[in-house]
Design a protein around this ligand. Structure first.
Ligand SMILES: Nc1ncnc2c1ncn2[C@@H]1O[C@H](COP(=O)(O)OP(=O)(O)OP(=O)(O)O)[C@@H](O)[C@H]1O
Ligand SMILES: [Mg+2]
Length: 333
C-alpha cells in the first residue's frame, strides 16, 4: 500500500494522493485485499421473491475510502443495513477487524467501531443539535436503562460527551447551532450533523449512505473534505454515491453492485471504463459526468482526474460559508 501524508495547510482543501496497491491479483469482483477491514461471505437477503443482496465474497480495504456504486435498487442500502446489524440476512457471514459480526445487533456493531449514516437523515428535529449529538453517542453505545437512573454516573459521562460533541460541531461549523432545534437546520447542515454525530464514538469504519444527496452544491465541497479528513485521521470510509464526479474525486477503490451482486471492483479510473459498469450503471449517461447531470458540479470546474488539485486551489471556508448562507436563505427547507 502506498500513501503519502498530505500536507497540512490550514483549513483549505488539500490535494491527497490516491492510495494504490490495495488488492491482490486481478481486480475482479470479490478480489482479496492486502489489508481488509471487512470480509463478507455468501451474504444473501431477499424480500418476498426479490433478491436484494447476493454477495458471494467482498473485502473492504482498511484505512482508505471505498465507494459503493450501482443503479437504484442494486442493494447498496440493504448491504449497509446487513453489515451494520440493522437488518438480518437469510444467510451469510462477515467479519470486521477479524471479529464475526453476523447476527450482532446495531448498537453492539457500533460499539465495535463500525458506524453508519442513513440515506434519509435521522436527525431528530425536536431535539437540539447538541442533544442529537449526545443521543447519537448513547444510542450507538447501547446505553443501559439503569445507568440513566444513577445521576452521578450519567452527569460525568454527559460532560465528557458534551466536550467531544462541541469539538466535532466546531469542526463541522455547527457549533453556533448547538442549542438550535435540528429541525431548523438546512438539508446540508443536517447531513453534516449526521456525519458529526456518527463520529461521537470514535469509530474505525464509517459507512455513509449517500452523504451528498440533497446537499446544496456549495456545501458538497465541505462534505467531501470532511470525508477525506476521516481518511487523514486513519479511519476507513465506505460510502454510497450516485455522483461519479464525487466518486472519482475521493475514492481510492470502487465496488459496483447491480441486482444484489458485486459486478466490478477496482481503482476509480479503471472501473469507470469497465464495459460491465457502463452497461449496468452509467447507461445512456456514459459520456457525461453525473456530477454535471445532477447539477452539483460546475461544468467548467475541473477535469475529474485533477480535481483534487483543483479543489486545493479553492478557498474552502468561503465556499462553505456561502453554502450555509444560501441554505439559510432558503429558510431551512
Ligand atoms: N424493507 C424492504 N422491503 C421490501 N423490499 C425491499 C426492502 N428494502 C429494500 N427492498 C428492495 O431491495 C432491493 C434493493 O434495495 P436497496 O434500497 O438496497 O437499493 P439501493 O441500491 O440502496 O438503491 P438506491 O440507490 O435507490 O438507494 C430493491 O428492489 C428494493 O425495492
Ligand atoms: Mg439506497
Amino acid at each position: 500500500m502506498s500513501s503519502e501524508t498530505p500536507p497540512v495547510t490550514g483549513s483549505a482543501p488539500v490535494a491527497r494522493p490516491k492510495t494504490t496497491g490495495l488488492h491482490v491479483g486481478d481486480a475482479v469482483p470479490g478480489v482479496a485485499k492486502v489489508d481488509p477491514i471487512i470480509i463478507a461471505d455468501g451474504v444473501h437477503r431477499s424480500f418476498g421473491g426479490v433478491t436484494a443482496v447476493d454477495v458471494e465474497h467482498l473485502e473492504i480495504p482498511r484505512g482508505v475510502i471505498t465507494a459503493l456504486i450501482g443503479p437504484n435498487g442494486a442493494g447498496k442500502t440493504t448491504l449497509f443495513n446487513l453489515l451494520t446489524g440493522f437488518d438480518k440476512p437469510d444467510h451469510g457471514t462477515w467479519t470486521f477487524d477479524g471479529t464475526s459480526l453476523s447476527g450482532m445487533p446495531a448498537y453492539k456493531v457500533a460499539r465495535m467501531g463500525l458506524v453508519r449514516t442513513f440515506q434519509l437523515t435521522k436527525a431528530l428535529g425536536l431535539l437540539t443539535v447538541m442533544e442529537n449529538m449526545k443521543l447519537g453517542a448513547k444510542n450507538q453505545r447501547g446505553e443501559k436503562f439503569w445507568a440513566g437512573m444513577i445521576p452521578a454516573l450519567w452527569r460525568k459521562q454527559d460532560e465528557g460527551l458534551e466536550v467531544r460533541a462541541m469539538e466535532l460541531l466546531k469542526k463541522f461549523k455547527l457549533d453556533a447551532k448547538a442549542d438550535d432545534f435540528a429541525a431548523s437546520l438546512s438539508g446540508g447542515q443536517r447531513k453534516l450533523l449526521e456525519m458529526a454525530r456518527s463520529l461521537m464514538t470514535e469509530p474505525t469504519l464509517v459507512m455513509l449512505d449517500e452523504p451528498m444527496a440533497g446537499v446544496n452544491p456549495a456545501l458538497t465541497q465541505s462534505l467531501l473534505d470532511h470525508i477525506l479528513g476521516l481518511k487523514d485521521e486513519g479511519m476507513t470510509v465506505l460510502f454510497v454515491e450516485h455522483d461519479m464526479h464525487m466518486v472519482r474525486h475521493i475514492a481510492d477503490w470502487v465496488v459496483v453492485m447491480a441486482e444484489g451482486r458485486i459486478v466490478a471492483e477496482g481503482a476509480p479510473e479503471a472501473v469507470m471504463k469497465d464495459p460491465a459498469v457502463v452497461d449496468a450503471y452509467l447507461g445512456a449517461h456514459q459520456e457525461l459526468d453525473l456530477g454535471v447531470v445532477t447539477g452539483r458540479i460546475d461544468v467548467v470546474q475541473a477535469d475529474p482526474t485533477t480535481d483534487a488539485a483543483a479543489s486545493a486551489a479553492a478557498d474552502a471556508d468561503a465556499i462553505v460559508d456561502r453554502g450555509i448562507a444560501e441554505e439559510e436563505q432558503e429558510g431551512g427547507k
